[in-house]
Design a binder for this molecule. Structure first.
Ligand SMILES: CC(C)(COP(=O)(O)OP(=O)(O)OC[C@H]1O[C@@H](n2cnc3c(N)ncnc32)[C@H](O)[C@@H]1OP(=O)(O)O)[C@@H](O)C(=O)NCCC(=O)NCCS
Length: 362
């Protein structure tokens, strides 16, 4: 399969493609064929070592001993497999290689006891959608995404200092059209607190009326009591409550992470602003699984921005942006852009993805 120049020619038959478990020494090959996957590059080669160390199933497809395809299956929750990072060398696409990798992934997921396989696919990635469809996956929900930059965000004058909880004057949060009772005391406060695993059951009741999935970045699991309690223990599960302790809204916030780019909305930079070489990068965080009333959601977004800024100051990294993802058909989704606008918060609509599922129970 290798010609004299050492480059790989197309496999004439699928039998020339071998799918096997990935190994550390595959990394340079993976870097070589994924360098230009997307206009912005790719993350797969950088993530590869963590994939191998993280208890995942990682597969490569090789032709003549050279890796030309890769994929990773993670197991973020009991019975749930998460398919991510599938890549095939561009010259060898439409030859069934990704299908072979996916079939191996599904077989591996079955062996691990998964009842469902799930993946997140960009709304405009028709190749990946086509692949998912041929493998039997179906889109189950659309996720709308927007980014709220920290630059230019100013703390409300009435905010309490960030000591774990944030109290925000309700008057400052309520939009003109917000469904607030006429008798509501507009000077009363909304408190945003971190939910403990013990309190998570309460949040589950409210959340499950509006959303079906739990996630705040790229990995989503089913919204179940068990998954919510784990999220409360391991991540920042936030709840907004009124002065009587009534739950207004909830959301899941990721731990902050460092990014090379933030979305600026500026056309000159193509909507992206990159950190200069050698310069500090940006500290960002995800906020997802958002549900509840607009005023509570806005209080949570403000709280998340404050948490992110506090972390950035502590770590001495430039504050970046909050990456907000919300189930597109959920009651909270429609109100978020207008409430951000009314609150004077800058934001950029980022795009949409779909969650795709394959049930293994039947
Ligand atoms: C998506 C990707 C992994 C598919 O790999 P592949 O080896 O070409 O896929 P296969 O040959 O197994 O395709 C199987 C089926 O998927 C569908 N499909 C694959 N690529 C497609 C495309 N570009 N457009 C439409 N359908 C496509 C077709 O139904 C295809 O069957 P067919 O060729 O008999 O019509 C590959 O295009 C790739 O690496 N893309 C860039 C990275 C990427 O987008 N990854 C997914 C991120 S979620």
């Amino acid at each position: 399969m290798k010609d004299r120049s050492g480059t790989i020619s197309k496999p004439s038959e699928r039998s020339n493609v071998l799918v096997r478990r990935a190994r550390v020494e595959d990394k340079p090959h993976i870097r070589a064929f994924t360098e230009n996957t997307f206009a912005w590059g790719d993350y797969v080669a950088d993530a590869f070592s963590d994939w191998l160390d993280g208890g995942n199933d990682v597969y490569v497809a090789e032709v003549s001993g050279i890796p030309v395809g890769v994929t990773c299956v993670a197991y973020p929750a009991e019975g749930e497999a998460w398919f991510q990072g599938i890549r095939v060398k561009s010259e060898l696409r439409r030859m069934g290689i990704a299908s072979m990798l996916t079939r191996a992934s599904i077989a591996g997921a079955r062996k691990r006891g998964a009842r469902v396989c799930r993946a997140n696919i960009d709304y405009d990635n028709y190749g990946s959608q086509g692949l998912a469809q041929t493998m039997g996956f179906r889109q189950v929900v659309r996720i709308a995404e927007l980014t709220v930059p920290l630059a230019g965000y100013t703390r409300l004058s009435g905010d309490a200092p960030l000591l774990g909880d944030t109290s925000v004057p309700r008057k400052a949060l309520v939009s003109r059209d917000a469904p607030v009772s006429r008798n509501a005391d507009t000077y009363s406060t909304i408190r945003v607190t971190r939910v403990t695993p013990e309190e998570a059951g309460l949040l589950f009741e409210a959340a499950s009326r509006e959303i079906r999935y739990l996630g705040c970045e790229y990995v989503w699991v089913s919204l179940t009591r068990q998954n919510l309690a784990r999220a409360a223990a391991e991540e920042w599960l936030l709840a907004a409550k009124d002065e009587c302790g009534k739950m207004l809204a909830g959301a899941l916030m990721s731990s902050p992470y460092v990014e090379d780019h933030v979305h600026t909305g500026s056309e000159d930079s193509g909507g992206q602003q990159a950190a200069e070489e050698g310069e500090p990068k940006y500290l960002c965080a995800g906020l997802g699984s958002i549900f509840g009333a607009t005023e509570g959601v806005l209080a949570i977004i403000r709280h998340a921005l404050e948490l992110l800024r506090a972390e950035a100051t502590k770590k001495n990294i430039t504050p970046g942006e909050l990456f907000v993802s919300v189930e597109a058909e959920s009651p909270a989704a429609g109100g978020i852009p207008s409430c951000l606008r009314e609150a004077g918060l800058d934001f950029q609509v980022h795009g949409e993805t779909g969650l795709w599922e394959l049930s293994l129970s039947i």
